[in-house]
Design a protein around this ligand. Structure first.
Ligand SMILES: [Zn+2]
Ligand SMILES: [Zn+2]
Length: 353
């Protein structure tokens, strides 16, 4: 019995695209001679991927070019895995999967400011105890006031031989994502697009990719996490996709919705509202900054002025500012107006609020 072949067939049976990996590494086996670059950094004679038609290997059913060869065809899988003990890689993009890869490299954590790039953790307690990617993701859940993704995860979760965790999610109707390392957080990698995740159940000399917990299938990427992936530039918006639905802001922070909801503007609104609501020292500066940034989106027609004004007033009240306080109100009004005078052009993929 060929364990790799059975695993590959069962992955294909659940709709995942698979390709061979060397049994004890996470790398694909080498290409054929024609598909092999003659030197590092050089293009292969076959011309792939720029000239995909010039490489006959994929159409001939060979597994050159790693993840690009991934297939769901049982015949091909049987032939690739016959007589070899290849491990199984799952091509995330074609399988419509996003795998969040949490490492535990036992490295010294960086400065707290770098744990979650783009998020100010100055007033967040508990950053000093962060040691692993799991801790970083927990921190992100807390900062966003979202339910933990790790306590009794409802989605397929796999422990890796090196002590990391893979959280498997379905990406359908959440847009297309791209792979990244550390954009979302320290020791947090994202496998998506032309990226590979080792199939659950794979055995290497280091150990087994072992499913944890009761969930056997990936669930849809949580909406707030999809927004985070967008924020850090790991989402490619599908030009054919319908406009994103309106985002419900976390209550009771804000009562008002963005009038015109691009996901970007909604994420920016939520981020700024959170920043103001949790501001302690320097509240006036925070209100000023938030008002200016959101004012630019108002100026661009992405947010409604009254809704933003009310949302920030409510958030300031949460931070202890009296809603009738003249100084805060005039700061807010001036910041919004200044922002509206330099409208922000609609950001493309990769932009950050
Ligand atoms: Zn080839
Ligand atoms: Zn080739």
């Amino acid at each position: 019995m060929n364990a790799g072949r059975e695993l590959a067939l069962s992955c294909a049976g659940r709709g995942w695209w698979v390709h061979p990996l060397l049994p004890n590494s996470k790398r694909p086996p080498g290409n054929c001679r024609r598909c092999r670059p003659s030197a590092a950094g050089q293009r292969a004679a076959c011309g792939f991927p720029e000239d995909a038609g010039g490489c006959g290997c994929l159409s001939a059913g060979r597994f050159c070019h790693g993840v690009r060869a991934a297939t769901r065809e049982p015949e091909l899988i049987r032939s690739w895995w016959s007589g070899s003990d290849f491990a199984v890689g799952v091509a995330t993009g074609p399988s419509r999967l996003v795998v969040v890869d949490l490492d535990d490299h036992h490295r010294q954590p960086p400065d707290a400011a770098l744990l979650l790039p783009g998020i100010d953790l100055a007033t967040t307690p508990g950053t000093g105890s962060v040691r692993t990617g799991v801790d970083v993701l927990e921190l992100l859940c807390r900062v966003r006031r979202a339910e933990s993704l790790l306590h009794a995860p409802p989605t397929l979760t796999v422990r890796t031989p090196s002590g990391g965790l893979h959280l498997w999610y379905r990406a359908e109707s959440s847009g297309r994502f791209t792979q990244g390392s550390s954009q979302l957080g320290w020791q947090v990698d994202v496998r998506a697009g032309w990226s590979t995740a080792v199939a659950p159940g794979t055995v290497t000399t280091g150990g087994r990719y072992e499913r944890l917990g009761p969930a056997t299938e990936p669930v849809r990427v949580p909406r707030w996490l999809a927004l985070e992936l967008t924020r850090v530039g790991l989402r490619a918006r599908d030009p054919d996709a319908p406009p994103p639905a309106r985002i419900r802001l976390p209550r009771p922070t804000v009562r008002h919705q963005p009038q015109d909801g691009s996901a970007y503007a909604a994420a920016a609104l939520r981020g700024e509202v959170d920043a103001v609501a949790s501001a302690r020292a320097g509240r006036n500066d925070t209100i000023n900054r938030a008002g200016f940034r959101l004012g630019r989106l108002v100026g661009a027609g992405l947010l409604d002025l009254d809704a933003v004004h009310q949302a920030l007033t409510d958030a300031a009240a949460q931070a202890g500012v009296d809603p009738g306080e003249a100084k805060a109100q005039s700061t807010l009004r001036r910041a919004l107006q200044a922002g509206m005078r330099s409208p922000r052009t609609v950001p493309s993929t990769g932009a950050r609020p």
